[in-house]
Design a protein around this ligand. Structure first.
Ligand code: ATP
Length: 280
């Protein structure tokens, strides 16, 4: 059994702006009483509807927010005990699509991942440059390394931010919707890459079928509460999913590969199917 990288105990979190402007008793917690471990080398997919608390949890995991109550330990220590540089060497974050730094090439942006490992004005070495090139190759941007970020498509930009996180060489990667803006081929390529890296990966992901296929654990959140956490088969249960997403669904293993696949349907679909004699 591998070691716990993160340990959360009764963790609750509310945004300071919200807590400040409301009576304490009615301040809405974005996360409520989460208790769980994340093990080294797990590939965890955080799933749940809009507003469930997925991105908030990533902010706590990367130390940019602190629990309001309860505790969060990274390798046995609260994140606030580490400096920003120490944290950046351990944890790399790819946020939901952000604007590209202006006037820089792809190579320069990916090379920003080296910063936690450098002193002020320390020059890049040949090894640094090879590392940046390797990361750009891994995300399929080797031929664009000298191009300005202003010329990239949304998907290319997303892959560039993933390359920057890889260059950071942190053992933990936190990604908020890493497959957003990617075409089908790159969705799979990026998730395969994350799976192959052998790092601890935690990502928010809306596509349950991609999550079931690539993550070894899923964390289902709803309204800030932990509904289920475990292997995909333990979490992707039709009754739980209907309760959380408000639509009935079927969960079946893929006929050839065995991955779980979730298909949601509505009352209208059921009526139409009945109108066709149930045979389509
Ligand atoms: N900066 C903020 N200030 C106050 N409340 C916030 C802030 N950011 C998020 N919230 C609230 O916290 C709750 C959780 O939001 P969060 O962004 O973590 O959800 P999410 O599961 O990532 O949603 P989505 O799938 O839409 O990205 C929501 O009720 C949201 O309105």
């Amino acid at each position: 059994m591998s070691a716990a990288i993160y340990t959360l105990e009764q963790l609750s979190f509310s945004y300071p702006s919200v807590a400040k402007h409301r009576a304490k008793s009615i301040a809405k917690n974005a996360l409520k009483h989460l208790s769980l471990d994340i093990q080294a080398n797990d590939f965890v997919g955080i799933i749940g509807p809009n507003g469930a608390g997925k991105s908030s949890l990533l902010q706590l995991l990367n130390g940019s927010a602190l629990p309001t109550t309860g505790s969060l330990l990274l390798a046995g220590r609260p994140t606030y005990r580490a400096t920003a540089k120490q944290l950046a060497k351990r944890v790399a974050t790819v946020a939901q699509m952000s604007a590209p730094p202006i006037g820089l090439s792809c190579f320069q942006v990916a090379a920003m991942g080296l910063l936690p490992h450098k002193r002020w004005f320390e020059a890049d070495t040949d090894t640094d440059r090879q590392q940046v090139q390797l990361a750009l190759t891994q995300v399929g941007l080797a031929d664009k390394q000298q191009d300005s970020t202003a010329t990239l498509s949304g998907g290319e930009l997303q892959r560039l931010f993933i390359a920057r996180a890889l260059v950071q060489q942190a053992g933990i990667l936190l990604l908020d919707e890493p497959t957003n803006h990617l075409d089908i081929q790159y969705q799979h390529q990026v998730l395969q890459l994350l799976q192959r890296l052998g790092k601890t990966v935690v990502c928010c992901i809306h596509d349950l079928n991609l999550a079931a296929r690539y993550c070894n654990k899923l964390m289902l959140l709803n309204q800030g509460e932990l509904v289920a956490y475990g292997a995909p088969a333990e979490v992707l249960k039709p009754d739980l999913l209907e309760q959380v997403f408000g639509l009935p669904c079927e969960v079946l293993p893929h006929s050839r590969f065995g991955w779980l696949q979730v298909t949601f349907f509505s009352a209208q679909d059921t009526q139409q199917s009945a109108g066709c004699g149930g045979v389509l």
